[in-house]
Ligand binder design. Structure first.
Ligand code: ZN
Length: 279
């Protein structure tokens, strides 16, 4: 398993930065964001006129308002030049990708001269795109709600039609995703990318998390509440505390014995299924 930290170390060593290495983790973060806030990020890959540069770092997502402004700009451009395509080289950036850029910038500013703190880039708000053929598209983008910051970053366009707290939502999504897979090592879900969150990000697998399917004494979290509630519902009254304690273990053993499961007091996939719990 390659961790985010190991990937950053190897990028600094090889002097090549590729935020596409965390595409698995990024996909999970985007899915979690759309769970926390329904349809906050919309895919725009299928808009007529879009031709991305490809690459696993690319997440072609925008907020709804920005997506509509992009649709209008594309339509106007194609009306003038039917064969014109917009080559997008960067769009939505997950907190995992921004963490990589920020860490590389801090450790080797020659490699990345400037990067915003995770949670603070407007690529993390789903309101920015980088357009390789920016000269061709600039007039149409500017006419349809997009802004250009200038020649220092000529590919970068942003749109203000949307929420500006989506960067924080991305941090929250990462924090709650972490908690889902680490019931024994919970962190505060506050949308603030501090040292603790950064340290946990470093430990994440770049391919994304694998499902935890076993819970035992000492574990805590919302899944434990569900296990305790289910045990109570099926006739093994257990205080719903969110903490897998001795009482919970005893109830699990009784339930497993009754169901003919291995009575080890550990709630694994079979016991979860018998309790009617889907993760
Ligand atoms: Zn940009």
């Amino acid at each position: 398993m390659t961790t985010v930290k190991a990937a950053i170390d190897s990028m600094i060593q090889s002097r090549t930065v590729d935020t596409g290495v965390v595409s698995g983790l990024s996909r999970q973060i985007i899915a979690q964001m759309n769970t926390l806030q329904t349809s906050i990020l919309l895919n725009f890959e299928s808009l007529p006129g879009i031709a991305s540069t490809g690459g696993s770092h690319l997440n072609l997502y925008l907020q709804a308002g920005a997506k509509e402004s992009l649709r209008a700009a594309l339509k106007a451009g194609i009306a003038q030049q039917p064969n014109l395509k917009m080559t997008v080289s960067s769009a939505y950036r997950t907190v995992a990708q921004q963490h990589i850029l920020y860490q590389v910038y801090r450790r080797d500013p020659k490699l990345i001269p400037l990067a915003a703190k995770p949670g603070n880039s407007n690529h993390e708000d789903g309101l920015a795109i980088d357009v390789s053929n920016h000269q061709a598209w600039k007039p149409y983008l500017l006419a349809h709600g997009w802004q250009w910051l200038g020649a220092n970053d000529p590919v970068h366009f942003f749109e203000n039609n949307g929420r500006d707290d989506v960067g924080n939502l991305g941090v929250k999504a990462f924090q709650s995703l972490w908690n889902k897979y680490h019931p024994n090592d919970l962190m505060t879900v506050d949308g603030n990318f501090g040292d603790q969150t950064a340290a946990k990000m470093d430990r994440c697998p770049i391919a994304g998390f694998s499902r935890v399917t076993s819970f035992q004494m000492g574990d805590t979290g919302s899944i434990i509440n569900r296990i305790q509630q289910s045990l109570t519902n099926v006739g093994y009254p257990t205080p719903v505390t969110g903490s897998f304690d001795r009482l919970t273990k005893e109830a699990v053993i009784k339930f497993q014995t009754k169901k003919g499961l291995g009575a080890d007091g550990v709630v694994g996939p079979m016991t979860l299924k018998a309790l009617g719990i889907r993760l």
